[in-house]
Every structure is written in structure tokens, then in C-alpha cells.
Design a protein around this ligand. Structure first.
Ligand code: CTP
Length: 468
């Protein structure tokens, strides 16, 4: 039936070797699902009623240049060739201890193996056995769920989730990636079992979260995570964004749903994962900075600074990379109001120069974030805000073209200033450095060595330093 789809030579090969060993073997899981969804997949999972390791070794010997990895403890083996990955596993019956992720694994039948899988759409299998080669085996009406766009567990959802609580995150991830609905009882179990996520390592949770964020419309996933309270298990700061408070008749927007809209809008402009993270985190400090000023209304003064300080603890807890990605996110959160501030009054060259200097390499990303941060429902306003930002962009281009501030450093550095006054690192040296940078960015002196030298000597004198 699906014979034509199995055009890769691996299928015949596995079928032959499996028969020689007297095993029964099937292609299962994601590959079969993706075949029906017409999504390209280069990961192939084979289940064999027999030893996965033995089968993989036999197959490997018939593929030139193939590399075999054996995971004895798990009873699995993997072959890598070109860009394909083939995983072989013996069919098993599996159950987990409720309080740990350590499975009790026993050999099982093909049916046992299919029953212990996560969602009906992932239980589809294709036979590689002589009697019915190429036949689709659809035990749980997976095809019907694929056609109707439904995520459903094959067994009672609590049992499936209790076997591996990470599957709750996977349910949300598949719903987001495929734009599928989670079936009612499965969704109810996500709610009732949400706290079971606590036995899952943060790395595995974050891995699924990243897949949600890489999707076309991550708000689908975040809304489900919030409604089921899965989000509450690992991202309380984001949960706190939700809600509207009204005082003296004045409300503020719901920052959770605003953030989701910003995130989706950022996703339509960029695939860069870290700009997407900046969208998620740009208003993260709004709850802790929220104040009501009598007669005026709500303010979130300083939320960009406090927010940028919250990035490291959040990245650390979520096990996100602390190097360059974190630096970028922190910078974007810190600066996310600056381009908008520029549109308010008359734009001065020095303000533009400062922004270019402070944003550095992150300038384009910052503009993407700012354009995405416009969520007004009023069409006229939206057009005006977007036009203002285009205006800022043009100003930036003009100033940069003339002054080349990007990646710029003042013509005299800290080491030279120390030498000029014959002192080591100190508060004064820091003050002179900052003053020199400000003077050039503000256009008080021009950006050349002689003027900078004169300025440094003068500033040193004011601070009581002697030129050497
Ligand atoms: N599986 C499962 N429970 C898990 C993880 C995986 O039942 N917690 C099963 C599913 O049948 C799945 C198969 O193992 O289809 C392979 O898992 P994996 O490679 O992680 O996912 P895919 O479904 O292939 O999807 P993707 O490649 O998008 O991660």
C-alpha cells in the first residue's frame, strides 16, 4: 500500500536482514506520521520483535561508511549515514516508577510497543515483513486523528502521561507545530497532571519549549501551557504577566497576551530564536515594577532595566545558554524602549548616535523587536507607530552613514589614558573614559585623535591628575 513511499534502499535492506534473523520489524513513530503530513523527515525509527542491536549490526555491515552507535543500557542502536539517522530498538513493554524517570523495561510484542507510545498520530507503523511488506498498521485510528488535526493519547491519558510526564510538553509542542487541537480528555489530563512535570529534568522541558518557540505561531503553545498550568511549573515570571488591574477607572493591558502577540509578530519577521526570546522577555519586569500613580494611572517605570537584570536568573534556571545568546537577549530587553522614545520628540543626532553605539551589533534585532511591540487594535495608530519607526530607521541609516558609530571605539583607550597620567586602573580613569565617549557621541568634540587628546588632558586636570 505504501510501497512507493518506501523508496529509500534502507527499507528493503532492513527487511532482508530482519528476515534472516527471524525477527519481525516495523517502521514506526515520527517518520510515518510525517510521511502523511508530507513533512520531510530524515529520522527513522525501526522497532523489531527481537534484538534492535543485532539487527542494527547486520544492517550496518551492508552499508559502506556507516557508523554504528550502540546504547547497551537502553537496548538500542543507531546508524548514521549522510544526513539520515536510523534508530533500532527491540519491541518492549515499559512502565515507569511514578516517582522517577527510570523505566522498568521488559521485552514485549509489537502491540505492547505500540500501546506504550505517546499519541495516536505517533503509533502508526509500516510493516517491513515479507507477508505484508509496506502495509500500514493503524491500531489507534491515528490516520483519522491526523486528518482531523487531533492530539490524543492511545491509552487513558493519565496512564500515558504518568509513564513519561514530558509527554505533556510534547502534546503542547505537537499542537503548536502542527496547529492541531488537543482532544478533550487528553487536555483535561494535562490540567490534572501538570504538577507531575516536576520529576522531569529542566533540559528536557526546555528542549520542548524551544521547539514551541521555533514554531510559526508559538502563542498557540504558550496559551495551552498557561491554561493547563504547565507554564506555572517552570516559568512563574511569565505567568505573572497575566491579568488586568483597574483602579480609579484606569486599567492597563494584559501583559501576558500582549507578550504573546509581540512574540507571534516577531516570529513573522525573524526565525532567530534569541530575538524570539527577547520578545517573550521584553516586558518580564512589568509585574514587579508596576505602580499606580494617583490621578495619572499605571506606570512600569524602569521595567526595561529590571527586566534585563532578570534575564540571567531566568536563563540559568531554564538551562539556556549563558554566553552570546543571553548577552543579546539582555541587551534587547534593556534597550527595547529606546527606538520608541526617539519617535516621541524631535530626533537629535546625538540621541541616534547613542542608540547606535549602545545597540551595536543588535541594532537590526532591536528594530524587529520594536516593530513587533506595536499591538494597538487601532489601525490608524498602528500605521502611525510603524511609520515613526521607519523614520527612526532612516535617521539611524543617515547618521551611521556619516559618523560610522557602529563598532566604534573612542580614539583613546583606557590603557593610553592611564599612561598619560601615570596611574593604574581607578575611578578617575573610568570617569575620563566615559566623559570622552559622551563628548564624542554628543557632538561636543569631533571624533579624532587630537581633539580627544586635548579633551582627556583637560578632564584629567579637572580631576586633579598630572600629565606625565
Ligand atoms: N515517544 C513516546 N514518548 C516520548 C518520546 C517519544 O512515546 N516521550 C515515541 C513516539 O512514538 C515518537 C517516537 O517515540 O513518535 C520517536 O520519538 P522522537 O524522535 O522524540 O519524536 P518524533 O515523534 O519523531 O518527533 P520529532 O522528530 O518532531 O521530535
Amino acid at each position: 500500500m505504501f510501497y512507493e513511499e518506501l523508496s529509500h534502499p534502507i527499507f528493503k535492506l532492513v527487511s532482508e536482514e530482519s528476515q534472516k534473523l527471524g525477527f519481525e520489524t516495523f517502521v514506526v513513530g515520527g517518520f510515518v506520521r510525517d510521511l502523511f503530513l508530507k513533512r520531510d523527515s530524515k529520522d527513522l525509527d525501526f522497532v523489531t520483535v527481537g534484538s534492535g542491536i543485532e539487527l542494527a549490526s547486520a544492517v550496518k555491515n551492508r552499508i559502506k561508511g556507516a557508523h554504528l552507535n550502540v546504547f547497551k543500557n537502553f537496548g538500542t542502536a543507531q546508524i548514521k549515514t549522510d544526513d539520515w539517522e536510523f534508530e533500532f530498538v527491540g519491541a518492549r513493554k515499559e512502565s515507569y516508577d511514578r516517582n522517577s524517570r527510570k523505566p522498568k523495561v521488559e521485552d514485549g510484542t509489537f502491540e505492547d510497543d505500540i500501546h506504550r507510545r505517546d499519541f495516536t498520530i505517533n503509533t502508526l507503523a509500516i510493516s517491513l515483513n515479507k507477508a505484508n511488506y509496506g502495509e500500514l498498521i493503524d491500531t489507534f485510528e491515528g490516520i483519522s486523528d491526523l486528518n482531523n488535526g487531533i492530539i490524543r493519547t492511545p491509552l487513558e491519558p493519565k496512564v500515558t502521561f504518568s509513564d513519561d510526564p514530558l509527554r505533556m510538553m510534547r502534546a503542547v509542542r505537537f499542537a503548536t507545530q502542527l496547529n492541531f487541537k488537543i482532544e478533550e480528555t487528553t487536555l483535561a489530563a494535562l490540567k490534572s497532571e501538570a504538577t507531575r512535570l516536576s520529576i522531569i529534568s529542566q533540559e528536557r522541558i526546555t528542549d520542548e519549549l524551544q521547539k514551541i518557540i521555533k514554531s510559526k505561531k508559538p502563542s498557540i503553545g504558550f496559551s495551552i501551557l498557561f491554561d493547563t498550568k504547565l507554564l506555572h511549573e517552570f516559568f512563574p515570571e511569565m505567568v505573572r504577566l497575566q491579568g488586568v488591574e483597574i483602579r480609579e477607572g484606569k486599567g492597563h493591558k494584559d501583559n501576558f497576551y500582549h507578550t504573546l502577540q509581540v512574540l507571534d509578530q516577531a516570529c513573522s519577521r525573524t526565525n532567530d530564536l534569541w530575538v524570539r526570546w527577547a520578545a517573550i522577555l521584553h516586558d518580564i519586569a512589568k509585574p514587579p515594577t508596576k505602580r499606580f500613580l494617583k490621578g495619572e494611572g499605571w506606570t512600569f517605570h524602569g521595567h526595561e532595566d529590571k527586566g534585563s537584570r532578570m534575564i540571567k536568573p531566568i536563563f540559568t534556571r531554564l538551562k539556556l545558554p549563558l554566553g552570546e545568546p543571553m548577552r543579546r537577549v539582555r541587551n534587547l530587553v534593556k534597550l527595547h524602549l529606546r527606538p520608541i522614545a526617539l519617535t516621541k520628540d524631535h530626533i537629535t543626532d546625538s540621541a541616534v548616535r547613542r542608540l547606535i553605539f549602545d545597540a551595536g551589533e543588535d541594532l537590526e534585532d532591536l528594530l524587529i523587536l520594536c516593530k513587533s511591540d506595536i499591538t494597538t487594535k487601532n489601525k490608524k495608530k498602528e500605521e502611525r507607530f510603524q511609520a515613526n519607526l521607519v523614520n527612526v530607521e532612516e535617521n539611524i541609516a543617515a547618521v551611521e552613514e556619516r559618523d560610522r558609530i557602529r563598532n566604534w571605539q573612542p580614539p583613546i583607550d583606557g590603557a593610553e589614558i592611564m599612561k598619560l597620567f601615570g596611574i593604574g586602573p581607578s575611578r578617575e580613569i573610568g570617569q575620563i573614559k566615559t566623559a570622552l565617549k559622551d563628548a564624542i557621541l554628543d557632538g561636543v568634540i569631533t571624533n579624532n585623535y587630537n581633539d580627544a587628546h586635548k579633551f582627556v588632558i583637560e578632564k584629567g586636570k579637572q580631576l586633579g591628575l598630572q600629565q606625565q
